[in-house]
Design a protein. Structure first.
Lengths: 308, 380
């Protein structure tokens, strides 16, 4: 068997050549994205954040995406970029410095809106000892920060944004793509995990500073390993709060997951049965925390107990 | 040669089994751009089993079928709500296009996806219909004064109506061609002959009228994003209704009564050329040799390119100018020259200055929640 080629194996010139030409094809779990762009931000960040990610097959891609300069008068006054899936732009352009973030957000959008072979939920998901913890939470709850800390403390990253469930067997499908962090979280994770690798920081998006974090190498290497849903945890960061765990009624957790799913109604009965299986197999808990080390110790206890 | 991955598979679904991975990649992309992915997935399910298809391809076919099935359930439910809303004002629901094919249970509705629900009321009932729909939550989407005037004065339909909670879109028509067209047909004829479907109170156009509307819509339209899909619709309607020999006579008579002989002629010929659709030689609209003159020769060359997947990989070097000419032709047919010039200049200016994108910048969560175009979306 030939060795898998990874994004990090490409020379700078080769990478640029592919991005400018036929496209750089990369494999995120079961999905292949073919990416084209002439934006320097993208050529800069892709090899850093996707270094361990395997290259895809040149013949077939699930999504053909592109980030390019938006045309028109506005482009001269304030350069903007647009995200295209197969030459169609699903949402409005963003300022040019956000081009890499836009690629990431656009790729998430593709999965959320087109992968109806799966149930896709807006939630982070991480794995340890074969068991998955699903973290659905509104923006601002500290979900991504917690997820970023846990994947540098022995947990495997499946996804920080999209929980992908396979109706065939009820398992979590990992994507192992970069984690998006905002504002103070960037420094918090920088201090917590000095080995963590960041992409370039975008100074002023609508929600402040944004930077992407490279997924740990072992998360990318084990991306094909399915995980069994075991917990549904609703995290809430609160300054100065002591660690506090609460039980969530399963009915509430079910409704929360269904409401946070992008294609729950699309799957009809299949979606209902799948979520039922996930909730049946999971402890449903709420977590209030202020200190990452306390939260991580608690998560590790959960994993140890489940494995026993 | 005009490249096109979709038509060969529509004509002969089993030919897809011979594709290599690169061929499948093109087929899926071009089919998605043409809104024919679910149709192809349904056709393939009829001729093969999933295990004979490449693993990379299966999820796309499965996803496309799920989407279409979900949309069909949601569309029928929405049709019932529209029926009830109009019934409040004593107005009969007459569906057009995709929703009509579905409500009538026609074979052409298999794998059909929907962007909106089209309905026809008489001009006299238009105001009442709009207010009944408003009362039930459908509001006008275009707030720009020019857009409102464009639709209300010159078009044959109102600006799309959008449901505030369920996000369904209705196109409320009072005719099947713009008021500014050279020979607009008399919609009273269409409404008088409408037939009731299995769903009580839900009407569709009579078979010949349904074909004529489909033809007149396609061959007056300038933006052919769904051109190939609409041609596939026409092919399916002709093959289905054509089993009844009396249908063809009726088609001729109605085409004349509605002044739609020309679009019918184009429809028959393009269906024959691209989809080998059979029709009797004695048919009036098809009797004269094709192409009869230079004009028809040119139109054929334009439509051979326009009625293809609207995707970079499809077509040939003449496709971009052909699409542009068809776009201009579509507007030419619906507006007198002075209005047309002003309208196109205005549209180009708005696009170029970016006025269409004036809304606010978005963040991660908002981008993620952006809805796909309506054909790719399951209604709430």
């Amino acid at each position: 068997m030939t060795q898998t080629l990874r994004v990090g194996d490409l020379s700078r010139d080769e990478l640029r050549h592919r991005l400018h030409g036929a496209g750089l094809s990369l494999r995120s779990g079961p999905l292949v994205f073919e990416i084209r762009s002439r934006e320097p931000e993208i050529a800069e960040n892709l090899p850093r954040l996707y270094a361990d990610t395997p290259l895809g097959n040149a013949a077939f891609a699930d999504f053909h995406v592109e980030v390019r300069r938006a045309r028109g008068l506005r482009g001269w006054l304030k350069p903007q970029v647009e995200f295209l899936i197969d030459d169609r732009s699903p949402f409005q352009p963003l300022p040019r410095p956000q081009s890499f973030a836009m690629l990431e957000w656009g790729m998430n959008w593709c999965v959320a809106n087109h992968c109806h072979q799966y149930l896709v939920i807006h939630a982070a998901v991480i794995e340890r000892k074969g068991f998955a913890a699903i973290l659905p939470a509104p923006p601002g709850s500290g979900k991504s920060t917690l997820c970023a800390a846990l994947i540098h403390a022995g947990w495997r990253l499946c996804s920080d944004e999209l929980t992908v469930l396979d109706p065939a067997d009820g398992t979590v499908v990992a994507l192992a793509r970069p984690v998006s962090l905002k504002n103070a979280s960037i420094e918090v994770i920088g201090a917590f995990a000095p080995q963590a690798l960041f992409g370039s920081e975008v100074p002023d998006t609508k929600k402040g500073r944004v930077s992407h974090l490279k997924p740990p190498t072992d998360s990318v290497e084990n991306v094909g390993t399915r995980a069994k849903p075991r917990w549904v945890i609703f995290p809430q960061w609160q300054a100065g709060a002591a660690l506090e765990i609460g039980a969530q009624p399963k009915s509430h957790a079910f409704i929360q997951l269904a409401e946070n799913a992008f294609n729950y109604s699309m799957l009809g009965e299949t979606g209902f049965e799948l979520l039922g299986r996930v909730i049946d197999a999971s402890d449903c808990l709420s977590l209030r925390y202020s200190r990452l080390d306390e939260a991580i110790a608690w998560f590790n206890c959960l994993a140890d107990e489940a494995a026993r | 040669m005009i490249r096109d991955a979709v038509l060969p598979v529509i004509r002969a679904p089993e030919s897809a089994l011979l594709l290599d991975l690169q061929g499948w990649d093109r087929l899926i992309r071009e089919a998605r751009a043409s809104n024919l992915g679910a149709r192809i997935a349904e056709d393939l399910a009829g001729v093969t089993t999933a295990d004979r298809l490449p693993a990379e391809v299966r999820p796309h076919l499965l996803g496309a079928r799920r989407l279409a099935q979900r949309q069909q359930v949601a569309t029928l439910a929405e049709v019932e709500r529209v029926r009830a809303a109009l019934a409040d004002g004593g107005i009969r629901l007459v569906l057009l296009k995709g929703a009509a094919y579905l409500a009538a249970g026609l074979p052409v509705s298999r794998g059909r996806v929907f962007g909106d629900i089209d309905l026809l009321v008489s001009r006299a009932q238009l105001v009442e219909a709009e207010s009944m729909l408003l009362k039930h939550g459908w509001i006008s989407t275009h707030h720009d004064e020019y857009d409102q005037r464009y639709y209300r004065e010159w078009m044959h339909e109102l600006p799309p109506l959008h449901h505030v909670a369920r996000e369904s879109t209705l196109d409320l028509h009072h005719n099947i061609l713009p008021s500014t067209a050279r020979h607009p047909p008399d919609p009273a004829l269409l409404l008088a002959d409408a037939v009731e479907t299995r769903a009580p109170g839900v009407f569709v156009l009579a078979p010949a009228d349904m074909v004529l509307h489909s033809a007149c819509h396609l061959f007056h339209e300038g933006e052919l994003d769904n051109g190939l899909r609409d041609l596939v619709d026409l092919d399916g309607l002709l093959r289905h209704f054509g089993k009844d020999a009396a249908f063809w006579n009726r088609l001729d008579t109605r085409a004349e009564a509605l002044h739609l002989e020309q679009p019918l002629r184009y429809a028959l010929r393009m269906c024959e050329l691209l989809l080998a659709t059979p029709f009797p030689a004695a048919l009036l609209a098809g009797r004269r040799a094709w192409p009869a003159d230079l004009r028809e020769r040119l139109l054929e060359q334009l439509y051979l390119r326009g009625l293809r997947p609207n995707h970079r990989l499809a077509g040939d070097r003449w496709t971009p100018p052909a699409r542009w000419l068809l776009y201009v032709r579509g507007h030419w047919l619906r507006m007198p020259p002075h209005l047309l010039t002003a309208h196109l200049v205005r549209k180009a200016w708005r696009r170029w200055t970016g006025l269409e994108f004036r809304s606010e910048e978005r963040d991660e969560a908002e981008v993620l929640k952006t809805k796909p175009r309506s054909e790719d979306r399951g209604l709430a």
